[in-house]
Design a protein around this ligand. Structure first.
Ligand SMILES: *Cc1c(COP(=O)(O)O)cnc(C)c1O
Length: 388
């Protein structure tokens, strides 16, 4: 098929501004378009392809499960789902997992759990959830309401009530909201991804955690993008010395297959009971088998490697010509160029390297196992384009 672009433009909803690249195959951190052009992929499908394209061990786990059975309903047990839940709980010291198919759904689940918790434990009308301005929690109506960015809200009102927005790193703003409203939960990304790759300060996150401890509100950490080794720890909250009540994750967990997880701690674990929530595809055995393979491979050795690569990237970009600033953690990095970020990304694409943007930044989210040789070339290209 050589007119994929025309077909897509005709028949696929126009929600994405696609680059003129038709990917036909990939291996490791490299992908190829329909003209045979090879690219270094510094976006990994937006932090999804944790071990790059066509990773042999992950494929084996997925194919083994496909050969056994591809799906059954949640009316029956299946081993990949149970094992993945156990692994997630053991690695986070949490209690129970609800599986969905995306990040937005994982957050929907967290919102429902927090609302029910507050209704049962904190009293009547205690349904507000505080999120941060410039955050991102998904595209469903409720998670859009949770997303404190006006640009995403235009034309989609009315939204469900009960979301309050505070400025990132402004503890007094949060305290003020908590004093004047009944608050069920605070939901944050430790590193705001779509908002421009901005890590929250350690002090702020610790204070939020203490505030939740004092008031009984649940602390929900959205690890959809930051999770699964991305920031150099298994989950980004682990940099902050806090214990969340709920962790949500998705993107990199499946290594390329759709899966979301809402991971609940002691306070929240008993909130979902029979009939409270559900998802036909949630806990799909193929997605879970893939995720189990991914999660078991994010060990100290891999995380050390992630941190080594992160340091290399920061060092190369820190004082690079045409670069204003570098932010982020691990292999989740935002680069603010003097030039327009989109123009930089387009120019890099012409030179065979695929980057992402986030607001006015060039965003780097490469596969965690990207070879140093590929990383070096990608940064040579980025530095050259920024300096031009
Ligand atoms: C991508 C993202 C989401 C939404 O995930 P989907 O799988 O696209 O629904 C939610 N929260 C954060 C922090 C994200 O980066």
């Amino acid at each position: 098929m050589n007119n994929v672009k025309e077909l897509d433009n005709l028949y696929v909803a126009n929600t994405y501004a696609r680059f003129p690249v038709n990917i036909v195959k990939g291996k490791c951190s490299y992908c190829y378009d329909d003209k045979g052009v090879k690219y270094i992929d510094m976006g990994a499908g937006i932090a999804v392809n944790t071990f790059g394209y066509s990773d042999a061990a992950w494929k084996k786990a997925v194919i083994n499960q496909l050969n056994a059975f591809q799906h059954t309903s949640n009316l029956y047990y299946s081993e990949p789902c149970a094992l993945l839940a156990k692994t997630l709980c053991e690695k986070t010291d949490m209690k129970k997992v609800f599986f969905s198919n995306s990040g937005a759904e994982a957050n929907e689940c967290a919102i429902k759990v927090a609302r029910k918790y507050a209704a049962e434990k904190l009293g009547k009308d205690c349904y507000n959830i505080i999120t941060l301005k410039n955050g991102f929690h998904g595209r469903t109506i409720a998670t859009l309401a949770a997303t404190g960015q006006d640009v995403f809200h235009k034309n989609f009102a009315p939204f469900p009530d009960g979301f309050l927005y505070a400025d990132a790193n402004d503890i007094n703003g949060v305290k003020n909201l908590m004093e004047n409203n009944k608050v069920a939960a605070i939901m944050i990304e430790c590193v705001q991804g779509e908002g421009g790759v901005n890590p929250l300060t350690c002090e702020f996150v610790k204070e939020l955690s203490e505030l939740c401890g004092k008031t009984g509100a649940l602390l929900i950490i959205d690890e959809v993008q930051t999770g699964n080794g991305r920031t150099g720890k298994l989950y980004a909250y682990m940099h902050y010395g806090i214990k969340p009540d709920i962790i949500t994750t998705a993107k990199g967990l499946g290594g390329g297959l759709p899966i979301g997880a809402c991971i609940m701690g002691e306070k929240a674990e008993k909130m979902l009971s029979y009939g409270d929530h559900g998802s036909t595809f949630g806990g799909n055995p193929v997605s879970c088998a893939g995720a189990l393979n991914i999660l078991n491979r994010i060990d100290d050795k891999l995380l050390a490697e992630v941190n080594r690569k992160s340091e290399y990237i920061f060092n190369r970009l820190k004082n690079a010509k045409g670069v204003i600033s570098v932010s982020g953690k691990g292999l989740m990095i935002g680069v603010k160029p003097e030039k327009d970020a989109k123009a930089v990304v387009n120019a890099c694409m012409e030179k065979g390297v695929l980057f992402l943007t986030a607001k006015d930044k060039v965003r780097l989210l490469p596969a965690l196992n990207i070879p140093f040789s590929a990383l070096k070339i990608a940064l040579d290209v980025l530095c050259a384009v920024c300096a031009e």
